[in-house]
Design a protein around this ligand. Sequence first.
Ligand code: FMN
Length: 245
Amino acid sequence: MIFYFTGTGNSRWVASQLASAMGDEAFDISFCLRSGKVPPVAGKRVGVVFPIHSWRAPRPVMEFLSHLELPEGMYRFAVCTCGDDAGKAMQNLARVFGVDAAWSITMPNTYVPMFSLDTDEVASSKIRAARKLIPEIARLVQDEFSGYKVHEGCFPRLKSYVLHPLFVRFVIRTRGFHVDEGCVSCGTCVQVCPLGNVSLMDGRPKWGEACLHCMACLHGCPAEVIQYGTSTRQKGRYRLARYLS
Ligand SMILES: Cc1cc2nc3c(=O)[nH]c(=O)nc-3n(C[C@H](O)[C@H](O)[C@H](O)COP(=O)(O)O)c2cc1C
C-alpha cells in the first residue's frame, strides 16, 4: 500500500507510477483525512509519498502517519518529491513514521510566491530523470532495501529545524491570496484544495485558515486568475500534464 499527499500533482504521479510498477495501490491521504476513512493497512509493505514543504513533510502527512496503525514487522518506505533538496525531512518524519528506506525525487518546483517556475527544459529533464529513478526505487522496495538515498542539500539541519518553523509562522498566510477579474466561479479551487480549505462565497474563492501554501488552487485555476501577493502574475502556472505526454 502507498499513501500519498499532493498539492499540484507531482507526488500523486510518483505514487501512482510506483504503485503500478509494484502492483500496489495508492491512497490519497487528503481523502482519508477529509472522509475519516482509512483503509486497513495490509500486505508486506507500506509506503508514503509526499511533497517537501520548506524542508519537511507537510503537517497533514505527519498527523496522518502519527495515527496510522501498522502491523508489526511491515517493511516501510518513504519517498519525497522536491524542487531541489529535502533537508532533514526524512529524519523528522521518522519521529512519527520510522522507515526502513527513504528516497527523494527531484520534480518541478511549484512554490511561486518566492521562486520562479522551472523553465520547460529544466522541468522536462527532472521528469525524465524521475521516470528512470521510479522503477529503480520500485525494485529496491521489492527487495526490501534498507537505507536513505535523499538529497539533503546544504545546511539541512538549519533548513529543517530553524528555517521551517519560521516559514510556517511568518510566511504561510492566506490573506495574500486574491482573485483577478475573469473568475468564472467554476469551483476548481474548491475541488483541488487537499485540505478542503477553499469555499466559494458570492461566486468567489474564500480561503480558510488551514492553508499550507501548497499552491493547488493557484496552479489549478483554469482561468489563471488566482494570485498570491503581487509577484505571481508574471510567474506562469504549473501543469504536470504538460510534461507527461
Ligand atoms: C509551500 C512549499 C514549500 C516548498 N519547499 C520546498 C523545499 O523546501 N525544498 C524543495 O526542494 N522544494 C520545495 N518545494 C517544491 C515542492 O516540494 C515540489 O515542487 C513538489 O514536487 C510539489 O509536489 P506536489 O505537486 O505533489 O504538491 C516547495 C513547494 C511548496 C508549495
